[in-house]
Each structure stands twice: as structure tokens, then as C-alpha cells.
Design a protein around this ligand. Structure first.
Ligand code: AQP
Length: 336
């Protein structure tokens, strides 16, 4: 059950500023896929989803804008990829309802991300519990067959597969009403935050892409490490700073860092966590320097108008696909 044209569909929540986890877990791959799937790479800014955590309209609008700005600064090409606001395609909310009617409670109760939020004392709304259904609707409404996500989201894509199967079993397998999506997991492991938990917008443990100079060094300085004194051997395999350095360093650089950790020295001088953190801050600053410059250019009035136009055109393209899918689903269920 695959769609005639493989279509890449994925999204990001404008629930905070985009961080290294979002970049290495998702956005880097999203941008690469516009080369292999030109015209069929759909990325949405999940503002309906973000309403489960953001309650200030001005803040939500600012995060939506910043998400679009970040994608474009990082190299998303609107001629090859479709970028749009989720809420500009309201068909997904109706499809979410149709999917909810064929989805068992048990499926949602098993969601790891929901259980993690509970474990982290986040008071759940029905919307948060319902998140995997809306995410499935986002994918299925746009006939997404390839879903690039971070490893933390794999279970949600599997749930979307289950929901498509249940819907087809209820309303039409041949031809299928909905296409089965396949996950495309990021190569990078789940990126840890400053405190070692998953880096997450809602845990205040993020490193941002465009921070630089002293504020960046200060933030990197907050990465939790043990209390090994300067000049003593450091634990390479379990260190949070190393987990983040892995995102930026090639094998030779990592091998060199491993020797500094093992010896507690670099070029004869004592080496400690402070030095490792400085290396990381430099790497982050260098890696995102070209995108930071493009971001500045887009922050002009002309750039802002261009971003709005990109989102409007993207919504038109996405809505054309979603309304056709929804019409198919409504017909299949017996709705007018
Ligand atoms: N720490 C991470 N490591 C690897 N990938 C990650 N992603 C998020 N955090 C990490 C991937 O980023 C994409 C977009 O995520 P999202 O914004 O839709 O939601 P999320 O996974 O819930 O991200 P956050 O930052 O944790 O947001 P909040 O705090 O609002 O819930 C996804 O592909 C995800 O895998």
C-alpha cells in the first residue's frame, strides 16, 4: 500500500526556539530530502500541536515566524520543498477526528512521549494525549509515505501506520483510502540536553542554533558533568559534552578528544570539562555561521514579507492535497 508518488511529510512544533535536537534529529534531514524528492517534500509548522503548551497568541506567532525563518536560513528551498502552517490546512483536524473513531485508547496510552511528559510533571490536556492522532492526520492527509523524524518520534509514526490500517480495514482496503507511511529515522541518536534528559523545548535544557559568543559559552557551561577535578582523567563514553561534540566532530577529532579525556591533558596542559565545553561552543558557532548570516538577511522587512509569502504558497499546495484526501475519507465513511 504505497502512494503513487513517494511524498516526504514531517513537521516541527513552534512550542519554543528550535534547538540542536530538532536540527540533528529532523531539520537537517528535511533539508537534504528536498534534493531527492523535489516537489514532494512537505514540512509543516505544527501550531495546532503547540497550543497544548503555548497559551500566549503573540508568543505562538513569534515561534511560528521563527520556525519558518530558521528553516529558510538553514537552506530550505521553497521551490523544491513545501513549508506551511499546520493551521492553514484545517482539513487535518477533521481527519484527526475520523482517525480517532478507529483508534483504541490503549494505543494512545502506550505513547512513550506522553508517558515522559507525565513523568516530568507536565499536566496533560486531552490535546496532549491526542497528539499522536493529530500527527497521524498530518501525515496521512498529505499522503505522506516517508516520514523523517528523530528517534523519539518513531513510535508516533508506527501509530500513524496502525491508524491508516484500521481506517482502511473499516472503510476500504482495495484501493486503500489512506497510504501507509514509513518512518525515516535520523542517523543521530536522541540529542541530550544540558541536564542529560532529551533536549526539549519544554524542559529548558536546550542549546539553540543561532546563539553565539558569551551567551552561547554561558549556556554550554551549564551542561551537567561530574566533579572530576581539572587534570584528572574524564569519562569519555558517558559525558554529555562528548555526546554533543559527536554531532559536530569527525572521527579523527573525536579520537583526539578521547585522548584528552583519557589523559586529563592536552598538549601537556591540564584538560577539564571547561576546555571540552569551549570546544563545543566553538563548533556550534562555526557550524551555524552561514545560516546565521542568511537569517540576518531574512530579518529585513523584505525578508519578512518573503517568509509570509512562502508560507501562503506552501499552504495552498498542501491544502490541495489534504482536501482531496479528506474528500476520499468522507466518501469512504458515508459522510457527504
Ligand atoms: N532531543 C532530540 N533529539 C533528536 N531529535 C529530536 N527532535 C526533538 N527533540 C529531539 C526531533 O525534532 C523534530 C521536531 O520535534 P517537535 O518540535 O515536533 O516535537 P518534540 O519532539 O516534542 O520536540 P521538543 O523540543 O521536545 O518539543 P516540546 O518540548 O514542545 O515537546 C521531531 O522529528 C523530533 O523527533
Amino acid at each position: 500500500m504505497t502512494s503513487p508518488t513517494p511524498r516526504v511529510v514531517s513537521g516541527i512544533q513552534p512550542s519554543g526556539t528550535i534547538h540542536l535536537g530538532n536540527y540533528f534529529g529532523a531539520i537537517r534531514q528535511h533539508i537534504a530530502l528536498q534534493d531527492t524528492h523535489p516537489g514532494d517534500a512537505f514540512y509543516f509548522i505544527a501550531d495546532y500541536h503547540a497550543l497544548t503548551t503555548v497559551r500566549d497568541p503573540a508568543v505562538l506567532r513569534a515561534h511560528v515566524f521563527d520556525s519558518a525563518l530558521t528553516y529558510l536560513a538553514l537552506g530550505l528551498d521553497p521551490a523544491r520543498a513545501t513549508l506551511f502552517r499546520q493551521s492553514d490546512v484545517p482539513e487535518v483536524t477533521e481527519l484527526a477526528w475520523l482517525l480517532a473513531t478507529v483508534t483504541g485508547m490503549g494505543l494512545l496510552e502506550r505513547a512513550h512521549s506522553y508517558k515522559d511528559k507525565l513523568a516530568n510533571n507536565i499536566t496533560p490536556s486531552v490535546g496532549l494525549f491526542f497528539y499522536p492522532v493529530l500527527m497521524a492526520a498530518d501525515i496521512l492527509a498529505h499522503d505522506g509515505t516517508l516520514v523523517p523524524v528523530g528517534k523519539d518520534q518513531l513510535q508516533h509514526v508506527e501509530m500513524a501506520q496502525d491508524m491508516a490500517t484500521h481506517f482502511n480495514e473499516a472503510y476500504g482496503r482495495d484501493p486503500p483510502v489512506l497510504y501507509r507511511p514509513e518512518p525515516l529515522p535520523a542517523k543521530a541518536a536522541v540529542v541530550p540536553g544540558l541536564d542529560g534528559r532529551k533536549m526539549s523545548k519544554s524542559y529548558d535544557n536546550s542549546l539553540l542554533l543561532f546563539e553565539s559568543g558569551k551567551p552561547l559559552r554561558k549556556r554550554v557551561g551549564q551542561i551537567v558533568t561530574d566533579s572530576t577535578p581539572l587534570g584528572e582523567p574524564l569519562p569519555f563514553a558517558t559525558c554529555n559534552v562528548v555526546a554533543l561534540l559527536r554531532l559536530f566532530c569527525d572521527d579523527a577529532e573525536l579520537a583526539a578528544i578521547e585522548t584528552y579525556y583519557r589523559d586529563g591533558r592536552r598538549d601537556g596542559a591540564p584538560f577539564g570539562y571547561g576546555h571540552a565545553k569551549l570546544l563545543l561552543a566553538e563548533k556550534i558557532e562555526q557550524h551555524f555561521a552561514p545560516a546565521r548570516a542568511r537569517r540576518e538577511q531574512l530579518l529585513t522587512p523584505a525578508g519578512r514579507a518573503e517568509i509570509e509569502a512562502v508560507l501562503t504558497r506552501g499552504a495552498q499546495r498542501a491544502r490541495a492535497v489534504a482536501s482531496a484526501t479528506l474528500a476520499r475519507c468522507r466518501r469512504a465513511c458515508g459522510l457527504r
